[in-house]
Design a protein around this ligand. Structure first.
Ligand code: GLU
Length: 549
């Protein structure tokens, strides 16, 4: 794009439509458009080789190529150029599938106006740019594609759709902290992203991991929005992170880094503003340091500034194991719906951190046999079932599962493909992809991690009839008990564990029933149904509040 001139390649075999697009774009001065139009796929591919374009407007039905094939051929030739698909009214479904496959947007021919056309072009180019550098994370891409799919199916208001594609507020800081060799100062990047600001304060964990970037944190913040809305919690979504390997730092270094992080974001967090919690690589000790640093700054103790803190500092009973416990409540609902008895059912759990270990514990309390577990160090398999208490004792002593005696070891792909009733990915993102989804042999996929399944894998799982408890539902137990902790904190209440677990089960069961009903009514998969359910609430809230000024 030079001098605010956008070069468009229009691939369209209907001359009337070509003229219409040219007319609509001719009106615009800032940016102005230079349209090159061709009528066939062959001519489009040649043109792309000859001259750079900023964006491609593509009709999928051409004389020499039809349907998604057209999209794939153009995309293969120009992977870095955004593509907007044009579709006729009776072909909207095809256009939506192209969006699933990576098209930036679609336009329905009979409804194109100059505003909708120019806006779609502008946003697509913005999104392409945003995918370079800091935003270039496969997770952010996944979160946006999932959102666009749900938005299309529910026919989401276009204004709301554009507003929700990116977070409302994001901050990046450089965080210097002293290593234990005092002369050495390390500088790492820290992030806090708030996706939606109109549902109440924002809420979401802080992740310490070497892969963290703005895109990843934004994806996680976006998922928090849908998760909180689906649970009907009075929060918008947020997330924070530091790009650092926490296992390479001493306890003292972690403390200095955490305090520096808190002070950098002091104006952005608070019980009425944005409430952090643990996520991958952080725990209740980190929350205690955040609480202390924040309280030192304001001059009095503010327990409600974080959740997931130690019980002695005002943490809630049941918060630590809430994500795993919630996931198992949902597995119980799913098993009842599918008619699978849990007694003697089998499960594979990937991840033995806070979420995986408690999920394994609660599953085995329901009578489920845990036949395999894995963590960063190894994967363990025992056909007769692993003893979760003894695994936990082993990890308490050795930090990781490696070396546990009463099991065979196996590779991660093999573990994920084991025949079982319940598969729980509770570790990293993008574990179930188009590559392995065809070989996954579970009946229920219960997502404890955020973003473990790609959009392509979703399609395959759905075709194969695997029942998915999507992350925004599956791991929502954590933020739900965080909400209880926050409520107890601001009102100085202390609820007993039975009350917390009862309320947790009520909220999750209700969200499960609403999601299942929507999935059945709209004939969509559980993930899309969960997102639509959350999106409805966010949309209603945005419309009711109106736009300032
Ligand atoms: N990090 C957790 C999540 O992804 C919990 C967030 C919270 O409790 O605020 O849901």
């Amino acid at each position: 794009m030079a001098n605010n001139k956008v070069n468009i390649l229009l691939v369209e075999d209907n001359p009337m439509q070509t003229r219409l697009i040219q007319k609509l774009l001719a009106k615009s001065e800032n940016p102005s458009f230079d349209v090159t139009s061709v009528e066939t796929l062959g001519a489009a591919l040649e043109q792309l080789e000859r001259q750079a374009s900023d964006l491609i407007l593509l009709d999928l039905m051409l004389p020499d190529s039809q349907s998604l094939e057209t999209f794939f051929r153009v995309k293969a030739q120009a992977p870095d150029i955004p593509i907007i698909v044009q579709s006729a009214l009776d072909d909207v479904n095809l256009a939506a599938r192209a969006v699933d496959k990576g098209a930036h947007d679609y336009l329905v021919k009979d409804r194109i106006t100059s505003t909708s056309l120019i806006r779609s072009i502008r946003y697509s180019i913005e999104r392409m740019r945003a995918r370079s550098g800091e935003w270039a994370s496969s997770m952010f891409h996944l979160a946006q594609q999932q959102f666009l799919k749900a938005a299309y199916i529910m026919d989401l208001d276009d204004n709301i759709r554009q507003r929700l594609l990116f977070p409302e507020r994001a901050q990046i800081v450089a965080l210097p902290f002293r290593r234990d060799q005092r002369e050495q100062v390390e500088t790492v990047f820290g992030y806090r992203v708030q996706h939606v600001l109109n549902m109440g304060p924002t809420k979401g964990g802080i992740r310490y991991h070497q892969g963290v970037d703005l895109g990843e944190v934004s994806a996680l913040a976006m998922w928090m929005t849908w998760k909180c809305a689906l649970m009907c919690l009075p929060f918008g979504g947020a997330k924070g992170g530091v790009r650092v390997d926490p296992t390479a730092l001493s306890r003292a270094e972690l403390q200095r880094l955490t305090r520096r992080y808190t002070s950098a974001f002091i104006g952005m967090i608070g019980p009425e503003i944005d409430i952090p919690a643990p996520d991958m690589g952080t725990d209740e000790q980190i929350m205690a340091w955040i609480l202390d640093t924040y309280s030192q700054q304001v001059g009095y103790s503010v327990p409600a500034v974080v959740t997931g803190k130690p019980v002695v500092l005002g943490g809630s009973l049941g918060r630590k194991e809430a994500t795993g416990r919630g996931l198992v409540y949902l597995v119980e609902e799913a098993a009842r719906h599918l008619g699978i008895p849990l007694k003697n059912a089998t499960a594979v759990v990937q991840g033995f951190g806070n979420v995986g270990a408690s999920a394994a514990r609660f599953l085995s309390e329901c009578g489920v046999k845990i036949i395999a577990v894995g963590d960063v160090s190894t994967n363990l398999y025992n056909r007769r079932g692993l003893d979760v208490d003894s695994l936990t004792d082993y990890v308490d002593e050795h930090r990781v599962l490696k070396g546990y005696p009463e099991a065979e070891t196996l590779e991660t792909p093999e573990m994920l493909e084991l025949e079982c009733d319940i598969l729980v990915p509770a570790a990293l993102q993008t574990q179930i992809t188009s590559e392995n989804a065809g070989r996954i042999k579970c009946k229920i996929l219960a997502e404890g991690a955020n973003g473990p399944t790609t959009l392509e894998a979703d399609e395959i799982l759905s075709e194969r009839g695997i029942f998915v408890l999507p992350d925004v539902l599956g791991n929502a137990g954590g933020v739900t008990v965080s909400y209880f902790e926050w409520v107890q904190g601001i009102q100085n209440f202390m609820w007993p564990l039975e009350e917390i677990n009862r309320r947790l089960r009520d909220i999750l069961t209700d969200a499960f029933a609403r999601t299942l009903q929507r999935a059945q009514q709209n004939s969509v998969d559980m993930r899309t149904a969960a997102m639509i359910e959350g999106l409805h609430r966010v949309t209603q809230a945005k419309l009711m509040r109106g736009l300032f000024p």
